[in-house]
Design a protein around this ligand. Structure first.
Ligand SMILES: *[C@@H]1O[C@H](CO)[C@@H](O)[C@H](O)[C@H]1NC(C)=O
Ligand SMILES: *[C@@H]1O[C@H](CO)[C@@H](O)[C@H](O)[C@H]1NC(C)=O
Length: 473
């Protein structure tokens, strides 16, 4: 009787395991449109009123394509393929963290890693970008920052963390933990800043080195796509609280915060990626020199008079009136009597959007040439799509629909966190050979809340356990 019940449960657990695992390993096939690059020639749109049978057929067709399909793109295909992940915000583990939360944090790393794996294998992107807020808090020590970076690199992106281990060995404190050498980084930063301000442009040694060309991988031996880490307020702080320590460790472990990469400059179809740390565009800032450096970056970018299309990657969205997205405008400052950190009185504490005047300036500088472009941001977690219409040479207005000949679309990428269903943003650039311009499209590929991933893993363990226990009862 007991054996019978266990056996019944074993069959049930097996079935559950199969269903859950098939789901998590084929989830993009449930949303084949949203989870595929936009192809100019293949447009079998699924109608809203399609029957269940049609949906099942689409699912099976997509799964087959993944297993047996030919993933290599024709070499004459100029399309640009970018994956964007919004705000992973990985948490830390402290001595007082309960075991359940520890397990949750541990599993969450692999849940995010599963999304990256699935999308990377399915889509073979050229660029993968994380839209800032890689971590959940800027108020953590250097050692914890290093430890989270290691999790980010090895668990989410399955990359070898040797590089950051080396950085650690070169920057040890008395206890053998990583400590950002901010005095050295700061001296170097200020040396470059003053040299650039004196306009010693001939001196190659002393430049911020903002510009790159045709970079397809930071490490071509190991990876065939480019990973871009955008700074978020939880990584380096808002301008009112960002310190040299914050900037040093970000630069040590994630690279630069401001740069551009130009592609195919001498062709009919040039385009570029602009990575902008937009946390440091306004103040009052704790270290106003960071804001100064960001504007130097924007001015150097402007001086290039680039005549192609721009993909702008940044964290805080541009100014828009209330009601267009979940987050309305909201900027806060530290109160004048902010104890115990009185040195922060009056400084910028947080912002949902850039201010209106800064938004206008930045849009005019970056999208000056009137070529269509796209802006990807993070920060609000809920996701949003807005159009910035150019109203005059120096003013842009956000609306839901296109209202002007010159416009740029801003996509606030919905978060990849479990409670927002583990989304991936897909950006496809198609070069239109009639209008001779790049056209950008975006779609959001959802996964499922993290519990579904947990169910797949736990049910597998339970199934193995129950079947093996049957050997003994
Ligand atoms: C970071 O990881 C190291 C090595 O595992 C450990 O010794 C250290 O205590 C960790 N740092 C923090 C702040 O937990
Ligand atoms: C961003 O992070 C990834 C994964 O940790 C790393 O491979 C990549 O090189 C980083 N990007 C830069 C520009 O350092």
């Amino acid at each position: 009787m007991f054996r019978c019940a266990v056996k019944g449960f074993a069959y049930f657990a097996t079935l559950l395991t199969i269903v859950a695992n098939v789901y998590i390993y084929t989830y993009p096939s449930f949303h084949p449109e949203e989870c595929s690059w936009k192809c100019s020639n293949k447009n079998a749109l699924l109608q809203n009123n399609s029957t269940l049978l049609e949906k099942v057929k689409r699912y099976i067709g997509d799964v087959q394509e993944q297993w047996y399909g030919n993933h290599t793109f024709a070499s004459d295909n100029k399309d640009i393929h970018i994956l964007a992940f919004g705000d992973p915000q990985i948490k830390g583990i402290w001595p007082k963290t309960p075991y359940v939360s520890r397990l949750d944090t541990y599993g969450n790393d692999y849940y995010l890693g599963h999304i990256y794996d699935m999308m990377q294998k399915r889509l073979r992107p050229q660029v993968v970008t994380v839209m800032g807020d890689l971590f959940s808090s800027q108020w953590i020590g250097d050692s914890e920052f290093h430890n989270r970076t290691k999790r980010y690199i090895s668990r989410i992106f399955k990359r070898d963390p040797t590089f950051i281990e080396r950085v650690k060995q070169e920057n040890l404190d008395e206890e053998g933990q990583y400590k950002a050498n901010w005095p050295e980084w700061g001296d170097r930063f200020n040396e470059i800043l003053s040299s650039v301000k004196k306009n010693e442009t001939g001196n190659q040694e002393l430049s911020f080195g903002f510009g790159y060309e045709n970079i397809h991988s930071w490490n071509p031996d190991l990876e065939d796509h480019l990973i871009i880490n955008v700074t978020g307020n939880h990584d380096v702080g808002y301008s009112g609280d960002a310190t040299y320590q914050h900037m040093t460790r970000f630069h040590d472990l994630f690279g630069k915060d401001n740069y551009w990469i130009e592609y195919e400059t001498n062709t009919t179809h040039p385009w570029r990626i602009v990575v902008l740390n937009d946390l440091f565009l306004e103040g009052p800032a704790l270290q106003p020199e960071f804001v100064e450096a960001t504007w130097i970056f924007l001015n150097q970018l402007d001086e290039r008079k680039f005549n192609g299309s721009t993909v702008l990657l940044t964290h805080v969205p541009f100014y828009k009136r209330d009601g267009l997205c979940v987050d309305g405008p909201d900027t806060r400052f530290y109160p004048d009597t902010h104890t115990p950190e009185s040195y922060k009185a009056g400084l910028l504490r947080s912002q949902n959007h850039l201010s209106e005047s800064v938004s206008n300036k930045v849009l005019s500088l970056i999208f000056e040439n009137g070529k269509p472009g796209i802006i990807l941001t993070g920060h609000d977690h809920e996701g949003c799509e807005t159009i910035y219409n150019q109203r005059s040479a120096s003013t842009w207005e956000a609306t839901k629909d296109i209202e002007s000949d010159v416009f740029v679309k801003e996509i606030t990428v919905k978060s990849m966190m479990g409670e927002f269903n583990g989304n991936t943003g897909l950006i496809t650039g198609n070069f239109n050979t009639h209008s001779m311009t790049w056209e950008w499209s975006f779609s959001l590929c959802p996964f499922a809340i993290q519990h579904v991933w947990w169910l797949a893993k736990v049910s597998l363990l339970v199934t193995i356990f129950v079947w093996s226990s049957l050997l003994f009862v």
